[in-house]
Design a protein around this ligand. Structure first.
Ligand SMILES: Cc1cc2nc3c(=O)[nH]c(=O)nc-3n(C[C@H](O)[C@H](O)[C@H](O)COP(=O)(O)OP(=O)(O)OC[C@H]3O[C@@H](n4cnc5c(N)ncnc54)[C@H](O)[C@@H]3O)c2cc1C
Length: 478
């Protein structure tokens, strides 16, 4: 792997002394063995990772601002990085230059009980925010990503997660942002307020902008009252479509679960084997995992009974209840590690978001493509909010065995399958990414499938904030 940065004049290495002066030598890395960790994220593609020239870990907003002012004048590319858990290649430094990692800006500045909001630096992790909220008797209920993801990264990708069906994505929780622009100017947007009709809402422009418009240095996050009781139901079906078709019926029965996930038994079995843990249901082909939330046990019993009635009427084979916290943890761990378990054979994880009513037909089409092209396409996701994660793999299924294909064959099949799946998803009113972002991995399709006029407005917005194109170049747009 090598840096692709071409121009000697603009190489960050030529400016090492000035960079060290701005952030202190202890916050500058150039050692290849250390900077390699900053060359990739958690996506599976091998063609994108690039080495940065310099990794900088500032400790204050002022340092970020001074560094950006310097990089802007010297025209050095800067790529912001959070926890590196992204799945679209968003934090990969495609043009070399500087990776600006927020890892040392990780202070929880305040948990404000009166306003039920937390003020945090961008490098605080999701796990740390959840813990701080709990310690204050409050909660951060959405679970929008891997727990080592940072608040800045979660906001920059507008992350979603399995609880979006009830609580929405991260956008719904951001009340204020401090952002450093490529020029070094600092903006303070929003605040500890719930409402605002005060001019164009620039804050929401930065949410989901994937580090291409500005660097998020601090955020004010809405918290909610302490969590209610939870119960997980695992509901097996002999057929994937039947399982998914139950989801609108649950919502129509006026039940809004915390999460409704669907997953097929083959990926569950692989993950059980990977983790050496056991999933509660052994029958059927596909399971729904429904997490209910209520203020007391009686309410949980009433909701569980209603869900059971709807599901059993629609072909569910059984209703398995995880009512202790250790059983719930085991189920959630298996669900959250599926990606890790199948990562070695995954070429790309898709992230299509569809109207809920279209998921079943879309997944049926994915299954047809799987058999037409002979490529294993494990598909699971957030049935409650219409976000489907089809995994394009390098293998095909022969009975219970997964058979590896030659590289040239899986590459050709993967490209074909991706096009077919996107065409189907978008024709049903879907979008390319529900929660992972465009980054570099979905850029070609984003440019292909988005209205020209929309792309033009996005390019103009990018130019306003980043006239020299130094911030996260090569992402979302060219
Ligand atoms: C096992 C696993 C499970 C996951 N589950 C989910 C899930 O349920 N839902 C979901 O939505 N995602 C999920 N993800 C994806 C990932 O956790 C999210 O995309 C997350 O938001 C990325 O945050 P990060 O801090 O790791 O960002 P990074 O990967 O470091 O960066 C992501 C993007 O944000 C930009 N960025 C980072 N920090 C800043 C900043 N301070 N200012 C400006 N731009 C910045 C980067 O430039 C890049 O474009 C999962 C990933 C894994 C590996």
């Amino acid at each position: 792997m090598s840096s692709t940065f071409k121009s000697e004049k603009k190489s960050a290495l030529n400016y090492l002394n000035q960079i060290k002066e701005i952030v202190g030598p202890e916050n500058v890395l150039i050692d290849p063995e250390r900077i390699i960790d900053y060359s990739h994220d958690e996506s599976t593609q091998t063609e994108w990772p690039r080495l940065p020239e310099v990794v900088v870990t500032p400790t204050s907003t002022q340092e970020v601002a001074s560094l950006m002012k310097f990089a802007f004048e010297a025209e050095i590319p800067v790529t912001p990085r959070g926890g590196g858990t992204g799945l679209s290649g968003g934090c990969i430094p495609l043009k070399g230059g500087i990776v600006l990692s927020l890892e040392k800006m990780n202070r929880i500045l305040q948990v404000d009980l009166a306003n039920q909001m937390a003020s945090v630096e961008a490098g605080v992790t999701l796990g740390e925010l959840i813990q701080a909220a709990e310690e204050a008797g409050l909660a951060f209920p959405p679970h929008p990503g891997d727990e080592s993801a940072q608040i800045g990264g979660l906001i920059a990708t507008n992350a979603g997660g399995s609880r979006a069906v009830k609580y929405g994505g991260i956008r719904n929780y951001v009340r204020g942002l401090e952002v450093v622009l490529p020029s070094g100017e600092i903006l303070h947007l929003g605040g500890k307020i719930v409402k605002s009709s005060s001019g164009y809402n620039l804050m929401h422009l930065f949410i989901g902008s994937e580090g291409t418009l500005g660097i998020i240095t601090q955020a004010i996050i809405q918290l909610l009252p302490a969590p209610a009781l939870c119960r997980s139901l695992v509901i097996p079906y002999d057929d994937l479509e039947k399982a998914i078709e139950t989801v609108p019926a649950i919502i129509q029965a006026k039940i809004l679960p915390l999460a409704i996930e669907f997953m097929e038994k083959d990926v569950i079995n692989i993950t059980e084997e990977y983790l050496k843990k056991t999933w509660p249901s052994r029958i059927g082909q596909t399971d729904l995992l429904i997490i209910l939330e209520a203020s007391d046990e009686d309410e949980l019993d009433r909701l569980s009974q209603k869900v059971a009635d709807v599901c059993l009427n629609r072909g569910a084979l059984d209703i398995l209840v995880a009512d202790t916290s250790s059983k719930q943890q085991q189920i959630l761990e298996i669900r959250s590690k599926i990606y890790e378990a199948i990562k070695p054979v995954t070429v790309e994880i898709l992230d299509i978001a569809l109207p809920r009513s279209e998921i079943s037909a879309h997944v049926r089409r994915v299954k047809e493509i799987e058999s037409e092209v002979s490529l294993w396409l494990p598909t699971f996701g957030h049935a409650g909010d219409g976000n489907v994660h089809t995994h394009i793999t390098k293998v095909y299924r022969q009975g219970n065995q997964l058979v590896q294909l030659e590289e040239s064959i899986w590459k050709e099949k993967a490209a074909r399958v991706k096009k077919m799946i996107y065409e189907d998803g978008l024709s049903r009113g879907g979008v390319l990414s529900g929660e992972h972002g465009i980054g570099v991995i979905k850029k070609a399709e984003f440019l292909q499938f988005t209205e020209t006029a929309q792309l033009e407005f996005m390019r103009q917005i990018k130019k306003i904030f980043d006239p020299k194109g130094i911030l996260n170049p090569g992402k979302i747009l060219d």
